[in-house]
Design a binder for this molecule. Sequence first.
Ligand code: SF4
Ligand code: SF4
Length: 374
Amino acid sequence: MEQGNEKSMGVIDKLTAGKEYYEIRLESIGGLGANLCGKMLGELGVKYMDLNSSSFSSYGSEKTGTPVKGFIRYCRKEKEIRVHSPVVEPDLLVVFHQALLKDEALWKGCTKETNMIIALEEGQEKVSYPQGIGNNLGACFGLEAQRIAMETHSRINVVMLGAALKLMGLESPEMGEQICKDTLGKKYPDALEANLEGLRRGYREVRRLELPLETPENSTASKKPGGEEVWGYETAPIGGINPRPGSTVVSDLSPSRQGYIPLFIQERCINCGLCHSTCPDMVFQFAKGEYKGREMMVNQGLDYYHCKGCLRCVDVCPVNALVRGMEAEHPNKEFFLPNQELLRMPEYYEKAGPDGYITSESYLTEQRMEGGEV
Ligand code: SF4
Ligand code: SF4
């Protein structure tokens, strides 16, 4: 960590060294709490660090599963913040989930001045990134954020907040604790102590990772025919078609599940199509088939790559043909019909293991049982 701090100047260091702004970009998935984390970081600057700050987030129309970005800017108190655009070249990049590393866009704007924090899997020491674009980092840090959140019964956002405070150069997590008390203390007093512990552990347990990070052999970052990897129009497919449009339809959303999946019991299904019209991510696959002796569109199964585990389909199914199950207990999902055409980056895809973690007490007490459970 000391080694990292030598290289990585904190907020105050950079601002007093003449930098106009200190900028943070949060990269996350809806449901992990990055929006709140960004708000707390912004308020922290004004209330406790004697700085000016701004913070805003960008996210999709749905609460869970869509990409979320948070942008935080600090500057000296006597200066006005006149820039209100997203953070392009972050001093600190905070990545809430491994799956996001596959996206080249995440690495845009990283320079040798950029420090990165990544939420690691348990026991993980290496991090993969698209070849040729992950070298532009000052230093990289990691912590097992999900495990810490699970053990402390807090949320991953406060753990990442604690880690960010460390990289911002704060000598203790005290100011972070204060902002947590201000924000969470009123709204969720029962959960406050757990979240404070998550924050402290995030601050303590973030550690430096060796650079360069591991590069996957099958990397497919924009390649010229000769193998050289570059960004730019020359590497765009013929016709200028964007093969990775920003729709959630083509994203691999499996990492955003938080322990639960819908399970399909085909013999109960009456092919009413309610699940299909309710699912925000076009997970259900209907094809011509036969039901009760009549030819009709029949529910064939689910493309779990795009299922973010919101369980709306379970709520609407009138005959309990969809029920809630623990993903860890169903590693081989029956009726899993992957639609490779829709995968955002099929070459990068590594089958995501079941996500059995429960990151918050609220999930333990969740009462969404109408659809039944197996
Ligand atoms: S809502 Fe239920 S019954 Fe209707 S098509 Fe979907 S799974 Fe089948
Ligand atoms: S849980 Fe159901 S509604 Fe939600 S994304 Fe998955 S299939 Fe669609």
